[in-house]
Design a protein around this ligand. Structure first.
Ligand code: IPE
Ligand code: IPE
Ligand code: MG
Length: 261
C-alpha cells in the first residue's frame, strides 16, 4: 500500500541514515578514526568467490566509508590497507593488492577533489612497486591543496618498523649533536612518527572478528577507544560506522583521571 503512494523501503532507510548522521554530528565526532579493514578473504569465501573478489569489493567499500566519514565531519580517516607482514601472502595476491590503490585512486580522484579530501600515506613508499608508488604519489600531489578530511592510507606499514625507524632517527640526531638526550620527550617521538601531521586516533575500528592490532599504530593507539565487529570489511556500511561512532560518543574517556565520575 505504502509502496503505491511512492514510498520505498530504501527511501526510509536513507532518511533514517541521514537523520542518524545529523544526530551524530551534533555530538563530539571522533576527529581521527583508524580502521583495520579485515575480512575481505572471508567475505569472498562465504560466497564461494576467489579472494581477489573480496579485495575488489573491499576496495569499493573504501569509497562508501570515506564519503560517510567526510559527511559526518571526521577530520582524518586512516585505513590499514597493507601491512609489513602482508608480503608473506602468495605473490599473486600481493600483486593484486598492489594494483588496487591505482584502480581506486584513479577512479576516485575526481570525487576526492570535489569533496576537498587530502590523501596521505604512512608506511614505506620505497618498498612498493613503481606503479603503486606513482599512483599514490600522484593522488598525494593532486590533493595536496585540499583542506578537508585527510584520507590516510597505511600501505607497507608496520607499527614496530615505524618505531624502529623513529628510534634510529632520534639516535642519529643525538649522535651528531643536533638533539640533546634530555630534550627527548613524548612529543619528540610523536613528531618522528609517520603520523606526525595527525592527532592520535580517537577511535579504532577492526572488522571481521579478530581481536588484535596486527602491528597497527602501536604508539598512537595508547588512549584510543576500540570498536570490534564481526562484520567483514566489504559489508561494513554507513550503518556500521554510525554504530561505532554512537558507541564512541557514549563512552567516558578518563585518560587515567576521574573525569565524568
Ligand atoms: C583484509 O582482508 C585485507 C588485507 C589484509 C590486505 P584479508 O585478506 O585479511 O581477509 P581475511 O582475513 O583473509 O578474511
Ligand atoms: C591486518 O589484517 C592488516 C590489514 C588489514 C591491512 P591481517 O589479515 O593481515 O591480520 P592478521 O594476519 O589476521 O593478524
Ligand atoms: Mg585478515
Amino acid at each position: 500500500m505504502l509502496e503505491k503512494l511512492g514510498w520505498k523501503k530504501s527511501d526510509n532507510k536513507n532518511v533514517s541514515l541521514e537523520n542518524r548522521m545529523a544526530d551524530v554530528r551534533k555530538e563530539s565526532v571522533p576527529n581521527h578514526i583508524a580502521i583495520i579493514m579485515d575480512g575481505n578473504g572471508r567475505w569472498a569465501k562465504k560466497r564461494a568467490l576467489p579472494r581477489a573478489a573480496g579485495h575488489r569489493e573491499g576496495m569499493k567499500n573504501i569509497r562508501t566509508i570515506t564519503r560517510c566519514a567526510n559527511k559526518i565531519g571526521v577530520g582524518a580517516l586512516t585505513l590499514y590497507a597493507f601491512s609489513t607482514e602482508n608480503w608473506k601472502r602468495p605473490a599473486l595476491e600481493v600483486d593484486l593488492l598492489m594494483r588496487l590503490p591505482e584502480e581506486f585512486l584513479n577512479s576516485f580522484l575526481p570525487e576526492l577533489m570535489e569533496l576537498n579530501i587530502k590523501v596521505q600515506m604512512i608506511g614505506e613508499m620505497d618498498g612498493l612497486p613503481d606503479h603503486t608508488q606513482r599512483a599514490v604519489q600522484n593522488a598525494i600531489n593532486q590533493t595536496a591543496v585540499n583542506t578537508g578530511m585527510v584520507l590516510n592510507f597505511a600501505l607497507n606499514y608496520g607499527g614496530r618498523r615505524e618505531l624502529l625507524l623513529s628510534v634510529k632517527e632520534i639516535a642519529h640526531q643525538v649522535q651528531n649533536g643536533t638533539l640533546n638526550l634530555d630534550d627527548i620527550t613524548e612529543e619528540t617521538i610523536s613528531s618522528r612518527m609517520m603520523t606526525a601531521t595527525l592527532p592520535d586516533p580517537d577511535l579504532l575500528i577492526r572488522t571481521s572478528g579478530e581481536l588484535r592490532l596486527s602491528n597497527f599504530l602501536l604508539w598512537q593507539l595508547a588512549y584510543s577507544e576500540f570498536w570490534f565487529t564481526d562484520v567483514h570489511w566489504p559489508e561494513f556500511k554507513e550503518d556500521d560506522l554510525l554504530q561505532a561512532i554512537e558507541s564512541y560518543q557514549s563512552r567516558n574517556r578518563r585518560y587515567g583521571g576521574l573525569k565524568g565520575e
